[in-house]
Write a new protein. Structure first.
Length: 384
């Protein structure tokens, strides 16, 4: 068995784990990713990476590669049923599929010589010796553990006991990838539901995500299929044209959206949580992956600059990231409430505000305008 005792051990090869791996490797820090799947995940639907995430991708040098195989829309249209509310120009946003984002990150991680062990599902950690045990009975000692194992993080369950189990958010999503000629992001509001569609590449493949508020708990999984009839039943008030693109979707998936409360601390001893393991959020601002990317950049750059003095790294990581993550987590929840208003007066007021005030522009500017590179530099300059 290889000796990884001087490597940073990353549990989970999703967006958080691969981004952290790329940045650490680019600084010459050895990393090993332990991923429970047999290969990098093929699942997931559309994903948008906004300017704040792309700033990190610029540092890794993959923005143009991702843009080439994805789409860069220049406009978002907001509408309520059939009436247009607002057209918003957008800059620096890539719409893609989760599979493509993972593929681009994985290619870069491999190019940098990053190592990954598949079929390695973490089951236990000896927190004092930093030794991880896997379900295949393999055991590896590492220098530090980055837990990037997603919303159902076993690491969080085991070593952050006050953190609480994932809770159903009250929202469920229908997702599919089909064909459409549209070149814009289309945001459709309806009573108690909303639908977002966008192209994910330049050959007419488009993502569909429809969200409803309901009591029935759908499973939290990338893999649970549903029928088009059941989906249409959930969106009865919407124009049926929106669903044409789904006719060409091979599969439609339904997905319960879960949340976990914010953590007081994202680290304990020699374990640090990153991405959904630390702060899963409802997807109404399209920021879960972007926060994972910002987290990963912050931790990895601090580790490189502070010579892997992990106590210092963790303290500063917490300081830089907790306020930002809590803010985006809470704002995403609020956005969910606004997107799913049911009563006619509330709908009228929300639509009026959206149409006649710059509220969307302001919110977007604050979230997308965050520059992880500058924030880390600022925090480090205060140390000296
Ligand atoms: C409907 C929907 C739409 C979304 N749209 C967007 C969007 O447009 N933009 C955006 O920024 N975000 C979006 N998100 C959020 C985004 O998908 C997540 O925030 C992001 O995938 C989190 O990345 P992660 O690496 O932290 O976790 P994950 O992507 O969940 O990766 C975790 C990895 O850990 C592995 N793993 C788990 N347990 C173990 C274990 N015990 N041992 C080893 N490996 C393990 C898993 O196999 C997986 O590979 C959306 C989410 C939803 C639900």
């Amino acid at each position: 068995m290889k000796d990884f005792s001087s490597y940073i051990g990353i549990i989970g090869g999703g967006i958080a784990g691969l981004t952290a791996g790329c940045i650490l490797k680019s600084h010459g820090i050895n990393t090993i990713i332990f991923e429970r799947s047999e290969h990098i995940s093929e699942y997931g639907a559309g994903i948008s990476i906004s300017a704040n995430g792309l700033k990190v991708f610029d540092e890794i040098g993959i923005t143009n590669i991702l843009a080439d195989s994805s789409f860069t829309p220049s406009e978002t249209n907001f509408q309520y049923l059939d009436s247009i509310l607002k057209k918003l120009d957008i800059k620096s946003l890539i719409t893609s599929s989760r599979k493509e984002v993972l593929h681009v990150l994985f290619s870069e991680y491999s190019r940098l010589g990053g190592e990954i062990l598949y079929a390695h599902e973490h089951v236990n950690i000896d927190i004092n010796s930093c030794k991880i045990t896997f379900s295949n009975n393999a055991k590896y000692k590492v220098s530090h553990i980055l837990a990037c194992d997603g919303i159902r993080s076993k690491v969080r369950d085991m070593y952050f006991p006050a953190s609480g189990k994932p809770l159903y958010s009250g929202y469920s999503a229908w997702r599919g990838i089909g064909r459409s000629d549209s070149k814009t992001i289309q945001f459709h509001f309806g009573p108690g539901a909303h639908i977002v569609t966008y192209p994910i590449n330049k050959t007419g493949r488009s993502s569909f995500v429809g969200i409803i508020k309901n009591k029935e708990v759908y499973e939290d999984s990338w893999k649970v299929k549903g029928s088009k009839e059941a989906m249409l039943n959930d969106f009865q008030s919407f124009n049926t044209d929106i669903f044409n693109m789904i006719d060409s979707s091979e599969d439609i998936y339904k997905w319960g959206i879960f949340i976990r409360p914010p953590l007081k601390s994202m680290y304990v001893q020699n374990i640090t949580l990153i991405g959904d393991a630390a702060h899963p959020m409802v997807p109404f601002l399209g920021q879960g992956a972007c926060m994972a990317i910002e987290d990963a950049y912050t931790f990895a750059t601090l580790a490189a600059t502070l010579d892997c003095d992990f106590n210092k790294v963790q303290t500063l990581y917490q300081k830089i990231r907790s306020k930002r993550n809590n803010h985006v987590q809470a704002t995403s929840m609020l956005q969910g409430k606004l997107n799913h208003i049911k009563n006619p007066l509330g709908i009228y007021m929300r639509n009026l505000i959206l149409k006649y005030t710059p509220v969307v522009n302001m919110r977007t500017k604050k979230i997308w305008g965050y520059d992880a590179v500058k924030e880390v530099k600022k925090a480090l300059s205060r140390l000296s």
